[in-house]
Design a protein around this ligand. Structure first.
Ligand SMILES: N[C@@H](CCC(=O)N[C@@H](CS)C(=O)NCC(=O)O)C(=O)O
Length: 205
């Protein structure tokens, strides 16, 4: 079995990185230098025509899109390790939160980044669009807060790779200076998740 993970530290690849570490499966890491534009070079585009990380190559099959990778890893390695639900309603909930994270929360975070980060050329940024993105993130955080109220983890009492994937995104929000204090259930859950040994390995890059 072969798993090759193309990534960049502190990027959209971090949720995948965390999931791989939680699963404890052997994998090869290949760091892509986003600053130098390695992701747009022909060698990488041959692997992922989108020119983005993360990418996972599993026994020669290329999987891009971090949420697709999380679902695949969960189904393939997570069930037997108690880190992803077997098919059924709980599996449906797992997929719901993973997809929500990228399509709803993540999309707003990406808009915030593209309209406010100084890594984006000033002429491409729009302060008003950045404000709208911030409001959308706050609305999504209220949804997450409600889902976590009275629960230790997103799917109930036990940690799953869904928590790793989603809390990697809330950690990323912290780098934007987003204050999670007004969301006590998210703050407590995020602290539980980031205390896991796998989380420290992600920070190390
Ligand atoms: N929807 C994709 C987003 C991937 C993505 O935006 N990756 C960024 C890293 S933060 C990237 O590789 N950007 C490089 C570029 O666009 O040139 C996913 O979830 O995998």
């Amino acid at each position: 079995m072969s798993l090759v993970f193309y990534y960049a530290p502190m990027s959209s690849a971090s949720p995948t990185h965390w999931v791989l570490e939680e699963l404890g499966v052997p994998y090869e890491k290949v760091k892509i230098d986003l600053q130098s534009g390695e992701q747009k070079q022909p060698a990488f585009l041959k692997i992922n025509p989108n020119g983005k990380v993360p990418v996972l190559v599993h026994d020669g099959t290329v999987i891009f899109e971090s949420v697709a990778i999380a679902i695949h890893l969960g189904e393939t390695f997570g069930v037997e390790r108690g880190l992803f639900p077997a098919p059924g309603m709980s599996r449906a909930e797992a997929i719901k939160w993973l997809v929500w994270c990228n399509v709803s929360l993540g999309e707003a975070v990406s808009r915030l980044f593209h309209n406010t980060s100084d890594r984006i050329p000033a002429e491409l940024r729009n302060a008003k669009a950045g404000e709208v993105a911030k409001t959308d993130i706050e609305r999504n955080l209220r949804i997450l807060e409600e889902a976590l109220a009275g629960k230790s983890y997103l799917l109930g009492d036990s940690f799953s790779i869904v928590d790793a994937h989603v809390s990697a995104w809330t950690t990323y929000l912290g780098f934007f200076g987003f204050d999670l204090q007004p969301y006590p259930a998210i703050s407590a859950w995020a602290a539980r998740c980031s205390a896991r040994p796998a989380a420290a390995k992600i920070q190390a890059g």
